[in-house]
Design a protein around this ligand. Structure first.
Ligand code: ZN
Length: 357
């Protein structure tokens, strides 16, 4: 049995408020614990989005009542909330900026709207950007101009990892994360995405899109440039994924560690990589407290198939259905209490604590 610290996932879509038919603070944190994750950082693009004191309270109240693992909640950057967002920094996981297209209150139509956020958000807390390709280059330029840390969410392309490498070599304060689906899947993969009619287009929708094999190879070759693993756990129901207007996103909390441990078994990764990128680096980048008396126990030799029927996420599917993996989470101890053991959640809703207050 392998003993590891509890994992931190800096990129989770909890879906509450507004999307609780897909997931809520209860099911998301159960999925986290089942995956060996003891702390999640929740994204702000809910309904309503989290962008001021009132909406932050809505999310934090739901989390206080329902979360079973520890957490913090991001605040979203909008066109006119830079003062409010900065004033809430102590209570928030960080500031999330959507620099490619998004909609509603978090839409930032031009770069003049990025400036006040980069000026005002306290430097000891991260700005996390969804910025793909050339938008990512612009975000790195902002990190250099304002001389402050910027964390690039879910990189997926060769050009991205190579540019981040060059920026780091110049001393620009940029860090980044990669999602398991961008490491283990590429754009021609079909298994795991087919519905009963054999159609794949809806289930395969994710942002950033699955990339080419060349991009996937570049991520693996430059793993030392990548600071964190993050799931971008983004649950949608199968009905939604198979509809005419499928929303992008995959669930990922429960498959993260089994996939990484399988890669360790295949000698593509080391246990130390997992500890660095899922615990030490996220704690440092996001300025998170240690979780005392918290660890997970993993059976490294357990071989099994990933099955939706054994998952806690409410969305009811996984793109890794049927994958054979090696490495199973047996037990999770969170702040001295056994929170998960042999497939069962053992802490009540509300046991989770806010890492920021
Ligand atoms: Zn996301």
């Amino acid at each position: 049995m392998l003993k590891l610290p509890g994992l931190i996932d800096p990129h989770v879509h909890v879906r509450e408020p507004g999307g609780t038919h897909k997931e809520d603070w209860d099911t998301a944190t159960q999925a986290a614990l089942a995956g060996g994750v003891t702390m999640i950082l929740a994204m702000p693009n809910t309904k309503p989005p989290i962008f001021d004191a009132k909406t932050l309270d809505i999310a934090l109240n739901a989390a206080r009542d329902k979360a079973r693992c520890d957490y913090a909640q991001y605040i979203g950057a909008g066109p006119d909330n830079s003062d409010i967002a900065a004033s809430l920094a102590l209570k928030a996981a960080g500031l999330k900026m959507y620099l490619d297209s998004t909609f509603g209150e978090l839409r930032l139509d031009d770069m003049t709207l990025w400036m006040p956020h980069f000026e005002k958000y306290p430097k000891q807390y991260p700005i996390v950007v969804h910025a793909e390709s050339r938008s990512m280059a612009a975000a790195i330029l902002f990190a250099a101009i304002y001389d402050r840390p910027v964390h690039i969410a879910h990189i997926s392309l060769k050009e991205e990892v190579l540019l981040i490498k060059a920026a780091k070599e110049k001393g620009i304060k940029v860090t980044c994360e990669v999602c398991p689906h961008h490491l283990f899947l590429h754009n021609e993969d079909l298994t795991g995405f087919q519905n009963l009619s054999g159609l794949t287009f809806g289930r395969k929708e994710v942002r950033p899109k699955l990339a080419t094999q060349k991009d996937v190879d570049a991520l693996w070759e430059n793993l030392d440039i990548i600071d964190c693993f993050a799931t971008d756990h983004a649950p949608h129901t199968l009905e939604e994924k198979d509809s005419d207007n499928p929303p992008p996103g995959f669930p990922g909390l429960e498959t993260l560690l089994p996939l990484l441990l399988t890669a360790v078994n295949d000698k593509r990764l080391t246990i130390d990589d997992i500890i660095q990128k899922s615990i030490i680096n996220p704690r440092k980048i996001f300025n998170l407290p240690e979780q005392p008396e918290t660890w997970i126990e993993v059976d490294e030799d357990a071989e099994y198939e990933i099955k939706t029927s054994e998952q806690f996420t409410r969305c009811g599917w996984t793109p890794f259905e049927g994958w054979k993996v090696k490495g199973k989470v047996r037990k999770v101890v969170l702040r001295g209490k056994t929170a998960f053991e042999d497939g069962k959640i053992l802490v009540e809703a509300g046991y989770g604590r806010n890492a920021r207050i």
